[in-house]
Design a protein around this ligand. Structure first.
Ligand SMILES: [Zn+2]
Length: 90
């Protein structure tokens, strides 16, 4: 009976080891696409600005921007930029 328990523990150990092996590559794969990880970009990039229209954080280098009242605003898309201009004009 004791041998059966040892065998069961061994089987469990093998099961979890195999599970970890299969889990490892998928974790690596998700780390390979940094462009998709929006939350990670937030921490990595020093210059981020909040889109005043939709609240998305965008990179200062690669997003449409607009000067208004001496302040520069950044937008996630040209659509948000247009919306912002419309809101300001009304
Ligand atoms: Zn936006």
């Amino acid at each position: 009976m004791a041998r059966l328990i040892v065998l069961l523990i061994l089987a469990m150990f093998v099961y979890f080891t195999v599970k970890n092996i299969f889990r490892a590559p998928s974790r690596k794969m998700s780390g390979k696409k940094p462009e998709d990880a929006g939350s990670r970009d937030l921490q990595d990039a020093g210059e981020m600005a909040e889109d005043p229209v939709c609240g998305t954080y965008v990179s200062v280098d690669s997003s449409p921007s607009l000067y208004k009242n001496g302040q520069k605003f950044y937008f996630c898309s040209e659509e948000c930029k247009k919306k912002f201009e419309e809101l300001k004009n009304n």
